[in-house]
Design a protein around this ligand. Structure first.
Ligand SMILES: Cc1cc2nc3c(=O)[nH]c(=O)nc-3n(C[C@H](O)[C@H](O)[C@H](O)COP(=O)(O)OP(=O)(O)OC[C@H]3O[C@@H](n4cnc5c(N)ncnc54)[C@H](O)[C@@H]3O)c2cc1C
Ligand code: SF4
Length: 331
């Protein structure tokens, strides 16, 4: 690990100014950033600790929406009674990730901005366009299993690791950002993340000195039922091979009034199922229709030779979750 300075900020303006300096990075729980520093993947010269900014509250609004502070620990988020009651898939997504110890340190903002688990990104003996722009992407001819199948580019095929972000995507979350000049901006989660294109090193809209202050969610539709399901290689301590977040409302006969869904493990960002949603709305889908809708989401996919299976797997998991939640004929 290289030498670095450490300072704990106590107000957002000071944190932004400090983080704007060349080589500085914000520090949440440190569970991802410090690991990457130990691996020499990230080399900040200064860490600005943002855990004492007072951004650690979960505020439930009278309108049914919620604002989750950037510094709320993952374990506190998963344990919040109102979150569990009103947005159960958030708790399910958080509890499906990491371990109790990690979740007790990890923060909401840090979870959203954590870096890919692409093994080549983490290995400084290998080239990687994300780590070292222009150096190449060994993953494209390497081990494919954990990589993305859609939204990728010739520069990068890494998948996004956060479970929480997938759940938030299905719930129409917005990310609140305080710019270094003091301006406050709010991005729909989908717009907060960038696809790799030719600049895979730029994963979000954040610029140096920008600080995530909160994530907000609108009230869910009346009677919404929600679930997060993650397929992984082990029951714990494993990132998603594929995951699905669903929030739906349905009539007693199983016809879908509304559905929003997102996939994890398949794309460089949480993949909102934009094609699935209109295809199923108003329908009483059986298993075949659900799987067809799931597969249609991946019409533009560019799978690699050893991760093509993710398309069928994602469609199957979507079908199973919708059926479990009582949407459609397949139960
Ligand atoms: C063994 C292990 C297993 C794991 N398994 C999973 C899993 O299955 N699923 C999953 O989703 N995650 C998993 N994780 C990842 C874990 O959830 C993340 O490490 C954690 O959420 C990061 O949060 P943090 O607060 O520690 O972030 P940090 O490590 O402190 O920071 C991560 C990034 O966020 C930035 N950042 C922090 N705060 C802010 C802010 N307010 N505004 C802007 N940028 C900010 C930092 O600068 C840094 O770039 C695992 C981690 C470990 C170590
Ligand atoms: S897939 Fe992306 S992160 Fe992985 S080696 Fe290629 S450029 Fe780097």
């Amino acid at each position: 690990m290289r030498p670095f300075s450490y300072a704990r900020a106590t107000d957002v303006a000071t944190a932004s100014l400090a983080a704007q300096r060349p080589g500085a990075m914000l520090l949440g729980g440190g569970t991802n950033l410090v690991d990457l520093m130990k691996l020499d993947v990230l080399r900040p010269s200064a860490l600005v600790d943002v855990t004492e900014l007072g951004l650690d509250r979960i505020e439930h609004g009278a309108d049914g929406g919620v604002r989750i502070g950037a510094g709320v620990r993952n374990s506190d988020l998963a344990g919040d009674v109102e979150i569990r009651r009103r947005f159960p898939l958030i708790a399910e997504a958080v509890l499906a990730g990491a371990s109790g110890q990690v979740r007790s340190m990890a923060t909401t903002a840090g979870n959203l901005v954590q870096r890919t688990r692409c093994r080549y990104f983490q290995d400084t003996t290998k080239p990687c366009n994300k780590r070292e722009p222009g150096s190449g992407c060994p993953a494209i001819v390497g081990a494919h299993r954990d990589l993305a199948v859609i939204g990728t580019s010739d520069s990068c095929v890494a998948s996004h690791p956060s479970d929480l972000a997938v759940a938030l995507s299905a719930l129409d979350a917005a990310v609140h950002v305080r710019r270094a000049d003091g301006a406050e901006q709010r991005y729909p989660l989908d717009d907060f993340y960038r696809l790799p294109g030719t600049t895979p090193q730029r994963e979000t809209v954040l610029e140096p000195g920008d600080l995530i202050t909160a994530v907000s969610l609108p009230a869910p539709p009346e009677g919404a039922r929600m679930r997060y399901r993650k397929v992984r290689d082990r029951a714990s301590f494993a990132f998603a091979v594929v995951s699905v977040a669903v929030s739906l409302t349905s009539r007693a006969d199983g016809s879908l009034i509304g559905l929003s869904a997102a996939f994890g493990g398949v794309a460089p960002k949480p993949w909102r199922a934009r094609a699935v949603e209109p295809a199923l709305r108003g329908r009483r889908p059986d298993a075949e229709l659900l799987r067809a809708a799931g597969r249609a989401e991946f019409a533009d996919a560019r799978p690699l030779p050893r991760n093509e299976f993710k398309i069928d797997l994602a469609a199957d998991v979507l079908a199973a979750v919708v059926a479990d939640l009582g949407g459609g004929a397949a139960r």
